[in-house]
Design a protein around this ligand. Structure first.
Ligand code: 5AD
Ligand code: SF4
Length: 463
């Protein structure tokens, strides 16, 4: 096996090993399929996996059927994704019996937990390898071992170094995800992420800007800067997220800058000013509130209060009046009373989010909240989620109504060809607009006027 090469905080790709795999599979028309669960970080990781497999001589397959390599990129933030994954792996048993050459690998956050990785390998003896999010760069070694009939588990790497030299096969030719931080230091008491993705590390500003510049040269015009908490980018490095926004704003060819997610505790006036000042930064912020009750926020270790959050929203809207907010909310956190839940409803009503991702609290082994004794019954969680979704449904419709007659620019992202061709694309504020047009306009920016508001979307016409 090739030794890992770490230079300061960087690792380099196992180029030699990738070449060895390439030699083994070349001229054999080998294909791969990656099934991705979870958040945008995982979507971005899957692009790296695709890039690596491409380097090793594999080409993409449209579906799982017929693929020679199937990889599952997993999520463990809530138990729902875990259950779905286990069922989907189980379903491959017969395929593997028919085609013993099929390579099945499992990666991502769920596999970063040693005990889970071992359990999966025991339960599914037909799985070739499992590996965690922090060792993507070792995929060539895993593929080489699988082709030679070995089974491997590779999880946590000491130091969680950043690998800057990995290829990526981007899934969208106009818009790209760009990692800016990895891991998380916040330890919200319900969340498994800090345990599976490790301590927060930021990429060097020059590396991020160089990647954005290279993307712009390939025709990408919209970038989404990704991190568990982008607002704390650069901690300990003498730069911050505001500096990064200024720098990326200066890249020629880039027209839109998005970012996700923002922790309220690190939303500073300086950052708000950077959003207001830089013309390419979109007026949308995903600002997860999680709960509207200060008591629950404290138990969640969020480090802000209800009032503090509301003040931030007021300040932000003062500086960027047309900014749209989206959020994440958890219902049924341990100890959440009816009163606490009412506080969440009233905060949602007061803020008026454009959209919200709402979740029932899901205990994650090893987190502080999972050990709490005052867990909330499932039926109560379900009832609260329903109420919350009903409220947000009304708020989304109300928010959409504001856009009736609005004129703005969209990036055309796709089209639907049922009868008349309908194009769709998002406004800067992250609202999707559907409008008739020619599919040749894919990837261009068009000015549209909103003519109708459906419950979850806007309909419009092009100028
Ligand atoms: N249970 C429910 N929701 C969770 N989230 C994170 N951990 C949990 C959990 N244990 C939600 C939070 C976070 C989003 C990505 O997932 O709302 O912002
Ligand atoms: Fe999890 Fe909190 Fe970190 Fe977000 S900020 S990834 S919710 S620990």
């Amino acid at each position: 096996m090739q030794a890992k090469q770490i230079e300061s905080n960087r690792i380099t790709l196992q180029k030699g090993m990738a070449r060895e795999v390439f030699e083994l599979v070349k001229d054999r028309n080998r294909t791969y399929f990656v099934e991705t669960y979870g958040c945008q970080m995982n979507v971005r990781d899957s692009e790296t996996i695709a890039g690596l497999l491409q380097k090793m001589g594999y080409s993409p397959s449209e579906s799982k059927d017929g693929a020679n390599v199937i990889l599952f990129n997993t999520c463990c933030v809530r138990d729902h994704a875990e259950k779905r994954l286990l069922a989907n792996i189980g379903a491959l048993k017969e395929r593997k019996e028919e085609d013993p050459g099929l390579i099945i690998g499992i990666c991502g956050c769920m596999m970063q937990q040693q005990d889970v990785a071992k359990k999966v390998m025991r339960r599914f003896p037909f799985v070739n390898f499992v590996f965690g999010t922090n060792v993507l760069w070792r995929l060539p070694e895993l593929m080489f071992s699988a082709l030679n009939g070995e089974r491997l588990i590779l999880t946590e790497e000491e130091g969680f170094a950043i690998c800057e030299s990995l290829p990526a096969l981007r899934s969208n030719p106009f818009s790209a995800f760009v990692n800016i931080t990895f891991g998380c230091d916040n330890f919200c008491s319900y969340c498994i992420v800090p345990y599976v993705r490790g301590r927060e590390r930021s990429r060097a500003l020059s590396e991020v800007v160089a990647e954005v510049r290279a993307l712009a040269e390939q025709g990408i015009t919209e970038v989404t800067l990704l991190g568990q908490n982008v607002n704390s980018y650069g901690k300990g490095m003498g730069v911050d997220f505001a500096d990064l926004l200024h720098a990326v704003n200066g890249v020629d060819g880039i027209r839109r800058i998005r970012y996700m997610s923002s922790h309220p505790k690190d939303l500073t006036p300086r950052l708000m000013a950077a959003i207001a000042e830089n013309d390419k930064v979109c007026h949308h912020m995903h600002l997860p509130v999680q709960s509207g009750s200060t008591t629950i926020l404290e138990r969640m270790n969020r480090r802000y209060t209800r009032e503090g959050y509301l003040h931030l929203v007021e300040d932000l809207r003062g500086m960027v009046p047309d900014i749209e907010l989206t959020t994440d909310v958890i219902v049924g956190f341990p100890g959440e009373t009816d009163r606490d839940f009412q506080d969440t409803l009233s905060l949602m009503d007061q803020v008026g989010y454009a959209a919200a991702f709402t979740f029932k609290y899901s205990p994650r082994k090893g987190t502080l909240a999972a050990g709490a004794e005052d867990q909330i019954p499932e039926a109560v969680k379900k009832e609260r989620l329903k109420k919350l979704n009903e409220l947000q449904g009304r708020k989304t419709a109300e928010n959409n109504l504001k856009y009736l007659g609005h004129r703005g620019e969209v990036l055309v992202e796709g089209f639907d060809r049922r009868g008349e061709t309908i194009l769709f694309g998002k406004l800067g504020v992250f609202k999707m607009v559907y409008f008739p047009g020619d599919e040749k306009l894919l990837g261009t920016y068009q000015t549209v006027t909103v003519t109708e508001c459906a419950r979850n979307s806007l309909l419009g016409r092009m100028e």
